[in-house]
Ligand binder design. Structure first.
Ligand code: SAH
Length: 356
């Protein structure tokens, strides 16, 4: 697909054009990955971060955040709870750190989760996705050898000027891309994605983001609307973003649909940020071609400390309530949940020639 063709898909505005985009994307999803929805229990195990991304609520300069890091035992217990719920896969996510203690926590945690989550319904244990930022080649190798088999690292935006504007000198687009390539060589199923609706971001930028996903041959995509956090330097955009709320929400759905049409057999997540704008945001993501949902599994005593943006949903519900609520929401869309399944992206197997 060309940038112009993707641009046209993203431009859908009238109800008829939007519905036609949605049904096309839904059909591509059914044809290439089926209609089942895969769950990944989301464990936000630490909000400590060395980076200072200007959109993010847990950026290092935000001194109002109370920092936490779960112990290895807490992480393992949470993961095993996910396995008992039938989730099949988990995502371990945190702010960015690269010190020895942090790396060892992940390596040890992953090894034990893999061993202890094996059961008759999960003979190879939980599928583990990591989302812990930029690391060295050696560290990625250690994570992979410990048993994690997927890695998410959003590129945030592929528009260089925007990337630089919102990140400052210590974080570069080139380094992000190099990390994605290293992960792929290490053997990970690789996920990336962007934020949608960043101030100054154009439809053309978003079309190029999708072309980038294709070029880098990503297996998984996670995208969501940009939302303001009040204790960040981008709080000044609050009114502008509030005014564009509905437009950014529809654009996020159009991005899911256009990504599905362009990439076909990847996994695409309906992210929590969608639900912040609209109560039914994640279900709508599923209707536009997403096939993955990440139920909140972070222990409740720290959940309200992992606030990347204002208005995060489900901070007060217990993890069990979240599970039940999501199950009902998905049933309402007429889709089946694939319980106790890793739900690997089909694209990984076509890309690598491995058999499922
Ligand atoms: N430290 C990890 C995980 C980052 S948090 C890493 O570097 O990859 C996961 C994602 O949340 C980020 O990649 C970013 O795309 C998203 N995010 C952060 N702040 C946000 C905001 N204000 N609005 C919407 N999404 C945000």
């Amino acid at each position: 697909m060309t940038s112009n063709e993707i641009f046209d898909l993203l431009s859908a505005r009238s109800p008829a054009d939007i519905e036609s985009l949605r049904t096309q994307a839904y059909q591509v999803m059914v044809d290439h990955v089926g209609s089942e929805v895969y769950f990944r229990g989301l464990v936000e195990f630490s909000n400590e971060c060395i980076f200072d991304c200007s959109y993010c609520g847990i950026r290092k300069s935000n001194t109002a955040v109370e920092r936490y890091c779960l112990s290895k035992d807490e992480i393992i217990e949470t993961a095993l709870w996910c396995a008992r719920q039938g989730y099949g896969s988990i995502v371990l996510q945190s702010g960015q750190q690269s010190n020895r203690e942090f790396i060892e926590l992940i390596v040890g945690g992953v090894q034990q989760i893999k061993q202890r989550s094996r059961s008759s319904v999960l003979p190879h244990g939980l599928g583990i996705t990591l989302s812990v930022g930029e690391q060295s080649k050696e560290t990625y190798r250690r994570f992979f050898d410990a048993g994690a088999h997927r890695y998410l690292l959003r590129v945030e935006t592929t528009a260089k000027e925007l990337f630089e504007k919102f990140h400052g000198p210590e974080k570069t687009l080139q380094r992000r891309v190099t990390c994605l390539e290293t992960m792929k060589k290490t053997g990970f199923q690789v996920g990336t994605g962007v934020m949608i609706g960043l101030p100054g971001q154009t439809l053309n930028d978003l079309a190029n983001d999708i072309l980038f996903f294709k070029d880098i041959d990503a297996d998984m995509i996670g995208m969501g609307p940009y939302l303001v956090h009040h204790e960040t330097p981008m709080n000044g955009y609050r009114d502008e973003i509030a005014e564009r709320k509905n437009e950014i929400f529809q654009l996020s759905l159009n991005m899911i649909a256009a990504t599905r049409i362009a990439l076909k057999d990847v996994n695409i997540a309906a992210t929590t940020a969608l639900q912040t704008i609209d109560q039914k945001g994640r279900e709508m993501g599923l209707m536009y071609g997403a096939n993955v949902i990440m139920p909140q599994a972070t222990p409740r005593h720290v959940r309200n400390k992992y606030l990347l943006y204002d208005g995060k949903p489900c901070v007060d519900e217990s993890a069990a309530d979240c599970a039940a609520c999501l199950e009902q929401r998905i049933a309402a869309t007429g889709r089946a949940i694939a319980w106790n399944s890793w739900g690997d992206p089909c694209h990984f197997f076509t890309r690598t020639g491995n058999q499922d």
